[in-house]
Write a new protein. Structure first.
Length: 148
């Protein structure tokens, strides 16, 4: 098995386990044990150095493991979204948007904001329809759809 595959498996397993309640309980227990041993070591520099060094090393390593899992999950999600766009009536030009630079993304975002603004005029009709469905007394609905 390749090093890349081993790392991926290790990163996934570590991320999965780190997100469970037992991992938090274990971490909290270790901190409590460390704090309880303070009087034994006179709350000295070495006693503080143990927790500082341990947490720094664990945090440093976990950043890379979790980032690896996040990158993989993001890539898989992007592929799924690309497939939905490809097989729907969506524009195929939207495939692979994550590869565009910030200026292109802003230009496309502004286009979709304009489309959303144009669609807001239909919200009043929707609000009235929803209000009519849920209001048997004929009173105006108090539910409003929030606009940005």
């Amino acid at each position: 098995m390749s090093v890349r595959k081993l790392f991926r498996r290790f990163a996934e397993a570590t991320s999965r386990q780190a997100g469970k309640p037992m991992a938090f309980i274990l971490a909290a227990t270790l901190v409590a044990v460390w704090a309880a041993t303070g009087p034994l070591f006179g709350f000295g520099d070495t006693w503080q150095l143990v927790i500082n060094t341990s947490t720094t090393i664990i945090t440093f390593l976990m950043v890379f493991l979790i980032q690896s899992s996040q990158n993989r999950d993001s890539a898989a999600l992007q592929i799924k979204l690309d497939e939905l766009i490809r097989t729907s009536k969506g524009h195929n030009a939207l495939l692979n948007l994550e590869e565009l630079d910030e200026d292109d993304l802003d230009r496309i975002r502004k286009h979709y904001c304009k489309l959303a603004q144009a669609a807001y005029s239909t919200l009043e009709t929707i609000e009235q329809d929803v209000g009519d469905l849920h209001n048997d007394e004929g009173e105006p609905s108090r539910t409003k759809i929030r606009r940005r």
